[in-house]
Design a binder for this molecule. Structure first.
Ligand SMILES: [Zn+2]
Length: 87
């Protein structure tokens, strides 16, 4: 179900807003989400953020692995370096 600002008729992408993001008009109270619904959305956001960060970390690890793989000529030093790095 789409929501449109009563003032400027712009379509609102989210019901989390208390005011229209385009014209700033106050939105009808019955559109607003309850605190429980907002909390559910916040938790969903946190989950997505966590997943996004995990993916980012994985990408960094992959890039790191590729860098090490590229050091083929100094493999002995690389292993020593990695062990040092891992503590
Ligand atoms: Zn508006």
């Amino acid at each position: 179900m789409a929501f449109h600002c009563p003032q400027c008729k712009v379509m609102l992408a989210t019901r989390r807003l208390k005011h229209c993001s385009t014209c700033g008009a106050a939105l009808p109270a019955e559109w607003l989400l309850s605190e429980a619904e907002l909390e559910a959305l916040r938790q969903e956001d946190r989950k997505l953020e966590k997943r996004r960060k995990a993916r980012q970390k994985q990408r960094e690890r992959d890039a790191e692995a590729r860098r090490h793989a590229g050091w083929g000529g100094v493999r002995g030093n690389t292993v020593w370096g990695v062990n040092r790095f891992l503590g």
